[in-house]
Design a binder for this molecule. Structure first.
Ligand SMILES: NCc1[nH]cc(CCC(=O)O)c1CC(=O)O
Length: 305
């Protein structure tokens, strides 16, 4: 039985996710031996700069993809949110396990909530999407950039002058920290999640039939349907992390409902569209075109200047 080499970033979240996937594969009946190979990516080495200014999402993924192309690793577990729209020709997302909660959470000091946070409170986030939507709902708050992994951000809430921070619930859940902090999950109507948030994307080589078969044990079609609609939307608006963009799809029966959002960085302009279709790809394109036609193109152009 072949030993499968799994590439993982060294961050606590990445390692936890990778170990979780291996455990789930074993429980689902995979007989293979698995070995984790740690990879330090450029994105992990940069800690003090706003991520969107230094190359964005691709930073976490490129070196891992190269090792996969070279045959040094067989698959890798990514947060779907960090996976760029285009993958190398030889690779694909062969497995998406069942999605966890896609919502963003607000963690406030002193028992405050999103409603009761005093005027002028400082909210830490490194996401333009989160910042814009917070300002749209609460223009009296102040956004300050915060970087570092989840643990670092939680510590900064205590040690620095942030009054609240925003995180993905999925990250907290996967780390097993939902009991450690008081958080408030924000309704997707108030805070449209990032495309792919809460979804794990397992990437592998297209020509590796054995690994593909093993990974199928963990694949969830409903998750894939939602993620496909969201990612089609993102690709169609050519969204990057330089612009506040959100996309969130839910699936009921064979119908997918997708909400897309484009906003200005200051939250003064927020465009949001929700549509339903049985064809997730057509839906992603439709929502994107609709938003672009209704002023989204102008917002993107002004943000990209
Ligand atoms: N931006 C970093 C990142 N990438 C994936 C997650 C965890 C959530 C997920 O899997 O979608 C996080 C942390 C966060 O945004 O709070």
């Amino acid at each position: 039985m072949r030993k499968i080499i799994v590439g993982s970033r060294r961050s606590q979240l990445a390692m936890t996710q990778t170990k979780w996937v291996i455990e789930q594969l074993k429980q689902a009946g995979a007989q293979n031996e698995f070995e984790i190979k740690e990879i330090v990516t450029k994105g992990d080495q940069i800690v003090d700069v706003q991520l969107s200014k230094v190359g964005g999402k691709g930073l976490f993924v490129k070196e891992i993809q190269q090792q996969m192309l070279d045959g040094d690793i067989d698959f890798a577990v990514h947060s779907m949110k960090d996976v760029p729209a285009e993958l190398p020709e030889e690779l694909y997302i062969s497995c998406m396990p069942k999605r966890v909660d896609a919502r963003d959470v607000l963690i406030c000091e002193n028992g405050y909530t999103f409603e009761t946070l005093p005027k002028g409170s400082i909210v830490g986030t490194s996401s333009l999407r989160r910042g814009a939507q917070i300002l749209a709902a609460r223009p009296d708050l102040e956004i300050q950039w915060i970087r570092g992994n989840i643990d670092t951000r939680l510590k900064k809430l205590d040690s620095e002058n942030y009054n609240a921070i925003l995180l993905a619930k999925a990250g907290l859940e996967r780390m097993g920290w939902t009991d450690r902090v008081d958080f408030e999950a924000l309704d997707p109507d108030v805070m449209v999640p990032a495309v792919g948030q809460g979804v794990l994307a397992i990437e592998s080589r297209k020509d590796d039939a054995e690994v593909t078969a093993v990974l199928q044990l963990l694949h969830d079609d409903v998750t894939a349907k939602a993620a496909t609609a969201e990612r089609t939307f993102l690709k169609a608006i050519e969204g990057s992390c330089h612009v506040p963009v959100g996309g969130y799809a839910t699936v009921e029966g064979d119908e997918v409902t997708l909400t897309g959002l484009i906003a200005s960085v200051d939250g003064k302009e927020v465009l949001r569209v929700t549509k339903t279709s049985t064809d997730g790809v057509a839906l992603g394109q439709d929502v994107a075109e609709d938003l672009l036609g209704r002023g989204g193109r102008e917002i993107l152009a002004s943000v990209n200047e």
